[in-house]
Ligand binder design. Structure first.
Ligand SMILES: [Zn+2]
Ligand SMILES: [Zn+2]
Length: 307
């Protein structure tokens, strides 16, 4: 890790512990800034913004714009025709969005890879043949985070900042249902682009096994929601990646999931996304002291992993 923080004004790279820029004296928003300075937190999670959120609709036109904004992040940068999901192609495609790193640590020994604060970490022990499907999985987690961030930015007409990053991170891990949606969509994307490398909905099944008391109706709704967002993420990625045909002719979709996956309407998908965002926002407003600490810690992790 390179311990630098870029000055937003003059772009000079300062040491991470500096509170103002060596060159231009601009205030630097480093970890210390976010620990000591509550202003940004209270500015974002204000009753005024809650009011805006409650009175602004997430329309399907706005949602489409959000999806196109996310495609544009890549299209401005990637000058390649869509190609199959090889390691080199995926490293290229993901570059404008996330950082991919090989992970030597002992974190998550059972995983091939994991997603953490805009970083895709691939375990050093993961076999090369499994890396493309692992990247697709983690990149889907990132794109779901991006959809949440862009939706909140749109609803509040707010620039992206670290707190918005942390808000999305917090939301996607807030409870088991949203985790189920996230894991389902990540596996759907793998199944779509690399059907023969796909090894089933392992993290969905594990979550269900580890949490036997989840409400069945809510589980189903979470899977349907995950499925509907997966379609949008597939749409985004098809600008850059072509699905690989299965050697076995046809793909049996959703194998290992004990519920039939029902398609939900666009309105239902968007209204669910909107309630996830407003509910999480409300929760933060209602418990500001506790949540300020939670989000500050997340901000620190973002800075730590991305500087
Ligand atoms: Zn500066
Ligand atoms: Zn996952």
């Amino acid at each position: 890790m390179n311990e630098k923080i870029k000055c937003p004004k003059c772009e000079y790279e300062n040491p991470i512990n500096f509170t103002s820029c060596i060159k231009c004296n601009h205030r630097l928003k480093n970890a210390q800034y976010y620990t000591e300075n509550y202003k940004d937190f209270y500015e974002l999670f204000s009753p005024k913004n809650l009011d805006i959120l409650n009175n602004t609709q997430l329309t399907d036109t706005a949602y489409d714009t959000i999806i196109y904004n996310i495609i544009n992040i890549g299209e401005d940068y990637i000058k390649l025709l869509p190609d199959e999901a090889s390691i080199s192609n995926l490293f290229n495609i993901t570059k404008p969005y996330v950082k991919i790193q090989y992970d030597n640590s002992k974190n998550f020994p059972a995983y091939l890879s994991y997603y953490s604060y805009n970083n895709i970490l691939i375990k050093k022990t993961t076999h090369a043949s499994l890396i493309p499907t692992a990247i697709l999985h983690e990149f889907t987690h990132h794109l779901f985070n991006e959809i949440i961030k862009q939706s909140l930015m749109h609803l509040l007409n707010h620039e992206k900042n670290l707190l918005i990053e942390s808000f999305a991170w917090y939301l996607t891990l807030e409870n088991r249902y949203i985790e189920l949606s996230g894991e389902f969509m990540a596996h759907k994307v793998q199944e779509h682009f690399l059907p023969d490398d796909f090894e089933g909905f392992t993290s969905v099944i594990k979550l269900l096994e580890d949490n036997p008391n989840l409400d069945e109706q809510k589980v189903k709704e979470s899977l349907y929601f995950g499925n509907s967002i997966a379609k949008d993420i597939i749409y985004i990625l098809e600008h850059f990646i072509t699905p690989k045909a299965s050697m076995y002719g046809n793909v049996f979709e959703n194998q290992g999931i004990e519920y039939p996956i029902v398609d939900i309407s666009n309105e239902e998908k968007i209204s669910r996304l909107y309630s996830l965002i407003t509910d999480a926002f409300n929760k933060i407003i209602n418990d500001k002291v506790e949540m300020q600490a939670v989000l500050s810690q997340m901000n620190k992790n973002y800075i730590y992993l991305n500087c």
